[in-house]
Design a protein around this ligand. Structure first.
Ligand SMILES: Cc1cc2nc3c(=O)[nH]c(=O)nc-3n(C[C@H](O)[C@H](O)[C@H](O)COP(=O)(O)OP(=O)(O)OC[C@H]3O[C@@H](n4cnc5c(N)ncnc54)[C@H](O)[C@@H]3O)c2cc1C
Length: 401
């Protein structure tokens, strides 16, 4: 099955969805208000690529493991296809917060029985050797992890099947409508930008500006990254995390971050946030930031599209208007959906890890192909889950008869 879709948003979400559909022969109209792909949350110099194991192997851990594995295969395929993806598979050292956290990390590695090239627990001395700097605890070592330049991933996704994708940059979608069987995206002057049977909302939190998606509990989490000058070959030459992260030198700069503040719309850099990042850096690599002044730092601000359960939203948009709040609970499978309207969103702080898998899942859902995730995880990321929960909450709030 091939077709034609409009994708709003050319960040990690939109470029991944466009790439996966274009690979299946679909024609895509890709619209972004920015002048190029990867200018929103997906525009940082670099972000971290690694899974996130847990003792109970919960849904977030399973999804992130699957996302990590899928992302690695996708990146290898992009590079093999000659796309200029920028990444460094340096390994990621995820230091424990304290000794009790270190014990949990060690237990997770025992229980998971992961392959040594996937996940190891390293003691403090080995962690120091890996980081090239004294550290206060041991931690997880992900040899296959690293850093990725997210905007380069957006560009690589779009370049791979460029002939199938018509970009409309510098174009804001002000209105979407479906007068007959076609979705229509209109600009601020009311002009039609594109029309297609399918519309995919990949425009982060502004998806809520459209009435059909206004029920989605998407929020923005502001994040500021600090850029530190770095000479090639200086330590650390790997990514090191501990309630924050620091990357190796990339084009003479090292990223240290990141702050996290919900519903904080300040787009300008803040000195206080650089100071927070320096404190994080000191927790990761004690003494590393000595002599660096917050007021001298450059950096970047981005807004992560966040969902309340920290899981992404991937799939058909539920039809909030068609749901009777008094009807008994029913499974997601029976939920009414807005015809031809899909969402790929809510990546929060994990867009680099999740986007390739999310794009593949969305393309499989749209084309009715076998899904790349088990049913419980497909349900866990279904955007319809928020309509069920809202309705269930309302039902619970009613007094017993
Ligand atoms: C500080 C920070 C650090 C992070 N670190 C990591 C990390 O280490 N590892 C990791 O995996 N992830 C990380 N992330 C998360 C990751 O970057 C995000 O999850 C991801 O970029 C979200 O992608 P997106 O495509 O949903 O959103 P965006 O990249 O914001 O894309 C949305 C696009 O929609 C466009 N748009 C919006 N409204 C309209 C409209 N009406 N018309 C046209 N276009 C529109 C915007 O211009 C934008 O380009 C980090 C994010 C931040 C901010």
């Amino acid at each position: 099955m091939s077709g034609h879709a409009i994708v709003i948003g050319a960040g990690l979400a939109g470029s991944s969805a466009a790439e996966r559909l274009a690979a299946r022969g679909w024609k895509i109209d890709l619209i972004d208000r920015a002048q190029a792909p990867g200018q929103g949350a997906s525009g940082n110099l670099a972000g971290v690529l690694r899974p996130l194991p847990s003792l109970d192997d919960n849904r977030l851990a399973r999804l992130t493991r699957a996302g990590f594995q899928h992302a690695c295969r996708h990146f290898e395929a992009l590079i093999a296809a000659g796309q200029p993806l920028r990444l460094g598979r340096t390994g990621v050292l995820h230091l424990a917060r304290d000794e009790s956290h270190a014990a949990i990390q060690e237990r997770v590695v025992e229980i998971r029985q992961a392959a040594a090239d996937e996940l190891l627990f390293v003691d403090r001395e080995r962690a120091r050797q890996l980081a090239g700097w004294p550290v206060t605890t041991g931690g997880w070592w992900f040899p296959g992890g690293g850093w990725v330049d997210p905007a380069s991933l957006c560009r690589a996704n779009l370049a791979r099947h460029a002939a199938a994708i018509t970009p409309h940059y510098d174009t804001e979608v002000a209105r979407i409508e479906r007068p007959a069987d076609l979705w229509r995206a209109c600009d601020t002057a009311g002009r039609v930008i594109a029309e297609a049977p399918l519309l995919i909302l990949a425009n982060a939190t502004t998806a809520r500006h459209f009435a059909v998606a206004a029920h989605l509990p998407l929020r923005a989490a502001r994040g500021q990254v600090s850029h530190l000058g770095a000479t090639p070959g200086s330590a650390p030459e790997i990514v090191v995390c501990r309630l924050g992260y620091v990357t190796p030198a990339i084009d003479g700069q090292r990223c240290a971050g990141a702050t996290f503040s919900v519903d904080d719309g300040e787009a300008a850099l803040r000195e206080a946030d650089h100071a927070d990042n320096l404190a994080r850096l000191d927790f990761i690599l004690p003494g590393y930031g000595k002599g660096i002044q917050a007021r001298d730092l450059a950096g970047r601000v981005g807004f992560r599209p966040l969902s309340p359960d920290r899981l992404p939203m991937i799939g058909a948009v539920g039809d909030a208007a068609a749901i009777d709040p008094d009807s008994p609970s029913r499974p997601l499978a029976g939920m009414p959906r807005v015809p031809g309207l899909y969402l790929i969103n809510g990546f929060g702080a994990r867009g680099i890890v999740w986007s390739a898998l999310a794009g593949e899942l969305l393309a499989c859902l749209i084309t009715a192909a076998p899904l790349p995730l088990p049913d419980d995880l497909v349900g866990a990321v279904d955007p319809g889950r928020f309509l069920l929960r809202g309705r269930n909450r309302r039902l619970r709030a009613q007094p017993a008869p």
